[in-house]
Design a protein around this ligand. Structure first.
Ligand SMILES: Nc1ncnc2c1ncn2[C@@H]1O[C@H](COP(=O)(O)OP(=O)(O)OP(=O)(O)O)[C@@H](O)[C@H]1O
Ligand SMILES: [Mg+2]
Length: 216
């Protein structure tokens, strides 16, 4: 039984997903709403072990199908162990990337096809679809520059998926835009190129309608 609200953050690298998710989480908690913040791949101890395999720059030979199944293995664990119980308890669940990322990266950009992704999604997520998906959008150069600066600061080694061609990133961005066109009620594009404060305002506006439904 689902009672809470499931909001996912999507968008290309460095667009500000994690930043905005944290800000929104804090804001909702400030309103005394119970919030679960989670991220993919990861979210659970098992998911984090799978994440290490997926993002390790040394794993260049990981084939697209194995990559797809590992993503969904981590997701299935997160759905079962964390997301569904939190939703059943009436929490607002904020998830940093979800099935739309797999649709866009593996389905579209890597060319596995969206049908295949939906097929595995049916097994892993068993009908769980976000109530709202915020695509934080920036142009490729801005996003990569932001992510690059951040990774240098944090000495991030989770870079396997960050080292793709510009053509790959162009496909990612176009696929997100297509998704928003195909599912306008669920998927909202937010211009992430603006100041953090302005993006925060746009995110807050976008969550008002589903929040009212939750609180009604
Ligand atoms: N609106 C903004 N303007 C300028 N810099 C920003 C903005 N939002 C976030 N940043 C900075 O850009 C970097 C990337 O932001 P963040 O980690 O939130 O992006 P992300 O979309 O989660 O990236 P990734 O796809 O790698 O997970 C961070 O250093 C963050 O502080
Ligand atoms: Mg992030």
């Amino acid at each position: 039984m689902k009672r809470g609200l499931f909001i996912t953050f999507e968008g290309p690298e460095g667009s500000g997903k994690s930043t905005q998710l944290r800000i929104l989480g804090k804001r909702l908690r400030g309103k005394n709403l119970p919030v679960l913040e989670t991220a993919e791949p990861g979210g659970t101890p098992i998911g984090l072990q799978i994440r290490r395999v997926l993002l390790d720059a040394k794993n260049q030979e990981l084939c697209p199908t194995a990559e797809l199944l590992l993503m969904f293995a981590a997701r299935a664990q997160n759905v079962d162990q964390a997301i569904l119980p939190a939703l059943a308890a009436g929490h607002v669940v904020l998830c940093d990337r979800f099935t739309d990322s797999t649709l866009v990266y593996q389905g579209a950009a890597r060319g596995l096809g969206t049908e295949l992704v939906y097929e595995v999604d049916r097994i892993a997520c068993r009908g769980l679809v976000p109530d709202l998906t915020l695509v934080i959008d920036v142009d490729i150069e801005t996003g990569l520059a932001r992510a690059h600066r951040r990774n240098q600061r944090t000495q991030d080694s989770e870079t396997r998926l960050d080292e793709q061609s510009l053509e790959f990133y162009r496909k990612v961005r176009a696929a997100y835009q297509q998704l928003a066109e195909d599912e306008p009620r669920r998927v909202k594009v937010i211009d992430g190129s603006r100041e953090e404060e302005d993006v925060k305002k746009a995110v807050w506006e976008a969550v008002q309608a589903p929040l009212q439904t939750l609180l009604a």
